[in-house]
Ligand binder design. Structure first.
Ligand SMILES: Nc1ncnc2c1ncn2[C@@H]1O[C@H](COP(=O)(O)OP(=O)(O)OP(=O)(O)O)[C@@H](O)[C@H]1O
Length: 772
C-alpha cells in the first residue's frame, strides 16, 4: 500500500478561489491575476510560499464559505512576476489535495484552515492493467493528432502510481470544469483512474471516427475547397452516427421531386445546379430561403401535368346552356372555337376576347368554358396594372422577388392547360415601370409563348397549352398589337325581358341556394322582378339585379331565423318593403319639353345611357363655351355643330347676329362622368337650332349620330346598348343614322316593336322629327 506524501503545512494559509479552472496536484501551471489579487500571493511568503486553490461552485452566493467546494489543492508559489500592463503572472505547482476546514479570516486576505486529503493506493493487477492501458491509450490519442506536451509524455512513461497518473492525464482530457472538479473530489486513485480512462476512451473513439471520415472524404474529393471538405465531414459524421438532419431530408425530398418533375433537359440542369448550391448555403442565412423558394417554383411548375380535355362538343354545349341564358351567337362562336381546338392538337391562337358592359356574363362564360372542357379556371384582373413585373416577375436579385402573375397562377393551378382569363385588358396602364401590355403580348402571342421566360423563373415555360381568354368593357384602349391577336366576341346588354328570364332561370335559384333557402320555396312574381329591374337597377348587365335578389333572399333568411312566418311569394310591394324606396325613375317622363334641351343617346363602358344636351346663350362675342367633362372628340363635334348651324342660318331662319353678339354655352349634365365620342353631333346641332330658333324639343325623341360639316349624318357604334338605354329611360322615338339601319337586326323584336325608329341621312331631317 502506498500512501501519498505528507506535506508540511502551516496552521493556516491564504486562499485563492478559482472560477473557471481546477488545480490538480503535480500540475505546474501559470495563473494571471489582477492587481487586487496580488496580495494573496505576496502574503504566501509568510506561509511557506503556500496557497490553497479551491474552485467556487457554479451557483453564485454572497457568502464565501457557501460558495466554495470542499476539496481543493494546496499549491506552491514558484514565481510571481508583475506585468507592466497591470496584474501579475504566478507560476504555481500543485502539491496535494486538501479539504477546507474553516475560514479563519476574510479580509484583507482570506486565511483558511485546511487538512491534507490522504490517498491510499494499493498496487494490484487492476491498477497495473489500468496504468498500462491508459499509457497505451494516450499513445493512440497522440497518433490521432491529440497534442500532449513532450515532458508530460516522458513523465507518463515513468509514473506507475495510479493516483498521480490520473491527476496528470486528467488535465489533457477534454472535460468540462465541473467534471474536472468531480475528478478532483474522487479520492480513491483507482476509481479516479477509471474515470479518466473512460473519458479518454470516448475521446479516442471520436478521434478515430474523425480520422476514418477524413480518410474517406479525402479519397473522395481530393483537394477541393476547405469548406466543402468540412461539410462532407459533417455529413459523414451524421451518417456514421445514424443522424440525418432536417436539411438533409429536405434536400433528399427535393431530389426526389426533381426526378419526377418531368422538366425539359435544360431546366433540369439548372435545377440540379441550384440544388447543389442550396446544399452549400448555411440554412440560417436569408439566401437559403431565397434559393429554397426558387427551387419550389422550379420543381412545382406543372411541366408535364395537364388535365384531359373533354372533347365532346355536345356536352360542352349542354354546359354552356346550363350556365347561361340565350347568348346564342356567342355560344355558337365558342363552340366553333372549341371544335377547332379539339381537332387540332396544338392550335396557334387566336385568343378569345369577350367585350361588353359589366355584368353581362363575360367572366362566368369563361368559367363555363373551363367546366365544359374539364380544365381548371384561373382569373387575373389586369385593371390598373402598371408594372411590367406583375406579368413577367422580378429578377431574383431583388429582395422578396416573386414570379409574375402568369407563372404564379399556373404554379398554383398545378396544370399547364388551364383556362386563363385575363380580365380588363382595356384597363392596363403604362408608366415608368414598363409596359405591361408588351409583356402581355409575349404571353398571348402563339408565336412566342411556347418559351415564355419569367424574370424570376429564368427558364422558359411553354404556355401553348393554356387557353387564354381576355375580357374588356371597350376595345378602343386595347393596344393595337394585342387587339391584333385576339378574336373579339361582343356581348351586349340585356333587355328587361331577357333580364327577367335570367333572373327566373339562373339568378333566383342560385341565390336561394346560396342563402340556404332551399327548404323554403321562395318565389318572385313576374311583376316583382320587373320592379327590381326597372326601379332598383339601371344597368346593361344583371349584376345589380343579382345583388338585389340576394339582398331580398338574405332578409327572408333573417326573418326565418327570427322565427317569423316564412314569406313564400315576393310581390312588388314586398320587394319595395325589403329594398326600400325606388332608386331610379323614368328620366324622360320626369323632364319637360324645353327650348335648347335635346335627348341624346350615349354609349359608355357600362353600357348605353341617355343624356340631355343643353344649350343656352348670353351676351358676348360669339364664343362657344363647353362644359360637362367633354372629351376632345366631343368638343370638336360641338364646334362642327355650331359651324353647321351658322353656315345654314338663313335656311333655318336664325338671325346671323346670334353668332356675333352672343356666346353659346353647351352643357351635358352628369358632369362627373367623362363623355367622349362623335355620336352626340346630331344632338348638339339640334340643341343649338332649338335654342336659336326658339322651337321646343320633344323629350320623348332621342337621337344619336355623327355629323359632317355639311350636315350629313354618319354611322355610329354601340347601337344596341343605346337603344336598350332609350327604352329603359322611357323614350318613344329614336332618330339614328340611315347607315345603321342594318344593325337593327340585333335588337330583340319586342324592343323593336315598342320604339319608333327614324333613319336620317341629313341632320335637317332630325329637326323636323325632334323640334316642335
Ligand atoms: N346570360 C346569362 N345567363 C345567366 N347568368 C348570367 C348571364 N349573364 C350574366 N349572368 C350572371 O351575372 C353575373 C355577373 O356576370 P359576370 O361576373 O360574368 O359579368 P362580367 O361581364 O364578367 O362583368 P365584369 O366586366 O364586371 O367582370 C354572374 O353571376 C353571371 O352568372
Amino acid at each position: 500500500m502506498a500512501e501519498s506524501l505528507s506535506i508540511n503545512m502551516p496552521e493556516m494559509i491564504p486562499l485563492f478561489p478559482l472560477r473557471d479552472v481546477v488545480a490538480f496536484p503535480f500540475m505546474v501551471f501559470p495563473l494571471f491575476i489582477t492587481n487586487e489579487e496580488i496580495s494573496v500571493f505576496e502574503e504566501a511568503i509568510l506561509f511557506n510560499n503556500m496557497v490553497a486553490l479551491i474552485k467556487q461552485k457554479e451557483e453564485p452566493t454572497d457568502q464565501l464559505a457557501a460558495s466554495l467546494n470542499e476539496i481543493g489543492t494546496i499549491c506552491k508559489v514558484n514565481q510571481l512576476t508583475k506585468i507592466s500592463e497591470g496584474g501579475a503572472k504566478v507560476v504555481l505547482e500543485g502539491l496535494a489535495r486538501i479539504k477546507l476546514l474553516e475560514i479563519v479570516q476574510e479580509t484583507p486576505i482570506t486565511l483558511v484552515r485546511v487538512e491534507q486529503v490522504r490517498e491510499f493506493a494499493e498496487k494490484s493487477v487492476v491498477s497495473d492493467a489500468l496504468v498500462s492501458s491508459l499509457n497505451a491509450l494516450l499513445k493512440i490519442a497522440l497518433s490521432y493528432g491529440r497534442p500532449l506536451p513532450d515532458d508530460v509524455m516522458k513523465m507518463i512513461d515513468y509514473i506507475d502510481n495510479p493516483g498521480r497518473l490520473s491527476d496528470l492525464v486528467a488535465l489533457y482530457v477534454n472535460l468540462p470544469v465541473d467534471e474536472l472538479q468531480k475528478l478532483l473530489e474522487t479520492i480513491d486513485p483507482i476509481e479516479r483512474l477509471k474515470k479518466v480512462y473512460m473519458s479518454l476512451t470516448a475521446e479516442v473513439q471520436r478521434l478515430q471516427i474523425k480520422g476514418e471520415v477524413q480518410a474517406e472524404v479525402t479519397k473522395k474529393v481530393g483537394k477541393t475547397q476547405k469548406e466543402y471538405l468540412l461539410r462532407e465531414q459533417m455529413k459523414q459524421i451524421q451518417e456514421e452516427l445514424g443522424e440525418e438532419d432536417d436539411r438533409q431530408a429536405e434536400i433528399k425530398e427535393l431530389r426526389k421531386k426533381l426526378s419526377s418533375a418531368g422538366m425539359p433537359e435544360e431546366v433540369r440542369k439548372i435545377t440540379e445546379k441550384e440544388l447543389k448550391r442550396l446544399e452549400r448555403i448555411n440554412p440560417a442565412s436569408p439566401e437559403y430561403t431565397v434559393s429554397r423558394t426558387y427551387l419550389d417554383y422550379l420543381l412545382g411548375m406543372p411541366w408535364q401535368t395537364a388535365t384531359t380535355d373533354n372533347r365532346d362538343i355536345t356536352q360542352a354545349e349542354i354546359v354552356l346552356n346550363e350556365d347561361h341564358f340565350d347568348l346564342k351567337k356567342v355560344k355558337e362562336r365558342i363552340l366553333e372555337y372549341l371544335a377547332v381546338r379539339t381537332l387540332k392538337e396544338k392550335m396557334k391562337g387566336p385568343i378569345l376576347c369577350f367585350v361588353g358592359p359589366p355584368g353581362v356574363g363575360k367572366t362566368s362564360l369563361g368559367r363555363s368554358i373551363a367546366r365544359a372542357l374539364g380544365r381548371k379556371f384561373i382569373r387575373v384582373s389586369l385593371g390598373g396594372m402598371r408594372d411590367e413585373a406583375e406579368i413577367r416577375g422580378h429578377r431574383r436579385t431583388y429582395i422578396g422577388a416573386l414570379p409574375g402573375r402568369i407563372i404564379q397562377e399556373i404554379y398554383r393551378a398545378g396544370n399547364n392547360n388551364p383556362v386563363f382569363m385575363l380580365d380588363e385588358v382595356d384597363k392596363i396602364g403604362v408608366d415608368f415601370r414598363g409596359d405591361p401590355a408588351s409583356a402581355l403580348l409575349e404571353v398571348l402571342d402563339p408565336e412566342q409563348n411556347f418559351s415564355f421566360t419569367d424574370n424570376y423563373l429564368d427558364v422558359p415555360f411553354d404556355l401553348t397549352n393554356v387557353m387564354f381568354i381576355t375580357t374588356a368593357n371597350v376595345l378602343d384602349p386595347v393596344p393595337p398589337a394585342l387587339k391584333d391577336r385576339m378574336e373579339v366576341i361582343t356581348l351586349s346588354g340585356y333587355t328587361d325581358e331577357e333580364k327577367e328570364k335570367i333572373a327566373v332561370t339562373y339568378l333566383i335559384p342560385r341565390e336561394i341556394e346560396e342563402n340556404g333557402l332551399t327548404k323554403y320555396p321562395l318565389q318572385f312574381t313576374e311583376a316583382a322582378i320587373y320592379k327590381i329591374i326597372r326601379d332598383y337597377t339601371r344597368e346593361a348587365g344583371v349584376r345589380n339585379l343579382q345583388r338585389n335578389i340576394a339582398s331580398i333572399c338574405r332578409k327572408v333568411a333573417k326573418e326565418i331565423t327570427q322565427k317569423k312566418p316564412p314569406r313564400e311569394i315576393i310581390t312588388p310591394e314586398l320587394a319595395e318593403e325589403f329594398l326600400g324606396p325606388r332608386k331610379f325613375y323614368d328620366e324622360v317622363a320626369a323632364e319637360k319639353d324645353r327650348v335648347g334641351v335635346v335627348t341624346g343617346l350615349a354609349w359608355t363602358e357600362t353600357g348605353g345611357d341617355i343624356i340631355f344636351v343643353e344649350a343656352t346663350r348670353m351676351k358676348g362675342k360669339g364664343d362657344l363655351i363647353l362644359t360637362g367633362s367633354l372629351g376632345d372628340v366631343m368638343k370638336e363635334s360641338a364646334r362642327a355643330a355650331l359651324s353647321f348651324v351658322e353656315a345654314n342660318s338663313a335656311d333655318l331662319n336664325i338671325d346671323p347676329k346670334e353668332f356675333t353678339d352672343m356666346n353659346i354655352h353647351i352643357h351635358v349634365p352628369a358632369g362627373s362622368i367623362p363623355k367622349d365620342g362623335p355620336s352626340a353631333g346630331i344632338t348638339m346641332t339640334t340643341a343649338i337650332v332649338s335654342l336659336l330658333s326658339g322651337r321646343q324639343a320633344h323629350r320623348h325623341v332621342a337621337m344619336t349620330g355623327e355629323i359632317s360639316l355639311t350636315g350629313r349624318v354618319l354611322a355610329i357604334g354601340g347601337l344596341k346598348e343605346k337603344i336598350l338605354a332609350a327604352r329603359r329611360a322611357g323614350v318613344k322615338k329614336v332618330i339614328m343614322p340611315e347607315r345603321n339601319r342594318k344593325d337593327l337586326e340585333d335588337i330583340p323584336d319586342n324592343v323593336r316593336e315598342e320604339l319608333e325608329f327614324i333613319f336620317v341621312e341629313d341632320v335637317r331631317e332630325a329637326f323636323i322629327e325632334a323640334l316642335q
